[in-house]
Write a protein that binds this ligand. Structure first.
Ligand SMILES: [Zn+2]
Length: 333
């Protein structure tokens, strides 16, 4: 596919949005941009170096949830962008390749802002459209206590590349201040949500990437982030259900109180549902990308070449087992 004239396309897009915004009584409610936002929405070119301004421009134009969370994080934590460029991606990374991580980390900052010092007793789980659920914590046990009870097949390290080793990071080697350890199942829910809203940003940026040449460079990050998030859905759903199953056997009091926490159940139910929707959206987009790569770059990237799928299938099968299906039902009824 030939390259389109992107700068011209950008201006046309801004113009049509201006007209739409002028016609709508309440542009924000309809998801359209206001006139001020449109002028800020002259989106960066492909592979523009990441900056706070470029992040906000791209998210404002393509992903209102990511834009909302990220604005919150940048306002709430003065070192948020610096933290990202020292811990998660290099300061010269292309903006579009960073937004999955940006929204993921912004979700965490929104859930438990860094200025809330010391021991938290609640978190805010973002559920979309600027809404969140305040989940109060009940007693928990540290997530690493259940590590030994996780069967080998569910210890996902072997299949991971780049995305890190989540079983180790969130369950086994958790340092004393890791949320999944300190906050138990509430920390795992916080992580589940982070991956969900990161994936949402990755999906939303599809139409931005779609303006460029169909080569691997355009789509590589979309696929690697999408595959990693897809696995994270299965991993964290399993960790949460296994956490509950372990509690049911070893800490019945803790189990009972978590299960009785209606806000937790609601936040889990909505996050799980949203995440599943993101996965089916991603799968549809991926099918198109595979076709684009085949036609545009002669690259035959079939599903069997996407290595995280094997682990995803193992974890998905695991949570269908009766002990987990029972807990899933109890959490989502
Ligand atoms: Zn996270």
């Amino acid at each position: 596919m030939s390259r389109i004239n992107f700068s011209k396309k950008t201006r046309l897009r801004a113009a049509s949005l201006l007209i739409a915004a002028a016609l709508a009584c309440s542009p924000l409610e309809t998801g359209l941009l206001t006139a001020q936002e449109v002028s800020a929405a002259s989106v960066p070119d492909q592979k523009s170096t990441v900056s706070e301004a470029n992040i906000q421009k791209l998210l404002s134009a393509y992903d209102k949830d990511g834009a909302y969370l990220t604005k919150y994080a940048l306002d709430s934590d003065g070192s948020f962008f610096f933290m990202l460029t020292t811990m998660y991606f290099s300061p010269d990374a292309p903006t579009e390749d960073t937004l999955d991580t940006v929204s993921h980390e912004a979700f965490h900052e929104f859930a438990i802002p860094s200025y809330w010092f010391s021991d938290q007793e609640s978190e805010r789980i973002y559920i979309g459209n600027k809404k969140s659920i305040k989940v109060n914590f009940t007693d928990v046990y540290p997530s690493k206590e259940m590590a030994k009870s996780v069967p080998k097949r569910c210890r996902t390290a072997a299949y991971h590349y780049e995305s890190g080793d989540r079983f180790k990071t969130y369950i086994v080697d958790v340092s004393g201040n890791q949320r999944s350890d300190v906050d138990g199942v509430y920390g795992l829910l916080n992580e589940f949500g982070g991956y969900c809203w990161g994936m949402n940003s990755n999906n939303k940026l599809y139409s931005y990437r779609d303006k460029f040449d169909d080569n691997f460079d355009t789509w590589e990050s979309f696929i690697s982030e999408g595959e990693s998030d897809r696995l994270a859905y299965a991993e964290f759903k399993y960790y949460i259900l296994h956490y509950m199953y372990y509690a049911k056997q070893h800490h019945p009091d803790i189990y009972r109180k978590i299960l009785a926490n209606a806000k937790f159940r609601k936040a889990y139910r909505l996050t799980e549902r949203r995440f599943a929707k993101e996965i089916s959206d991603y799968d549809k987009k991926l099918t198109k990308v595979q076709e684009k790569l085949r036609k545009g770059a002669n690259i035959n990237l079939t599903n069997d070449k996407l290595i995280l799928r094997k682990q995803y299938n193992v974890m998905t099968k695991e949570v269908k087992k009766k002990q987990y299906a029972d807990i899933q039902r109890a959490l989502t009824k």
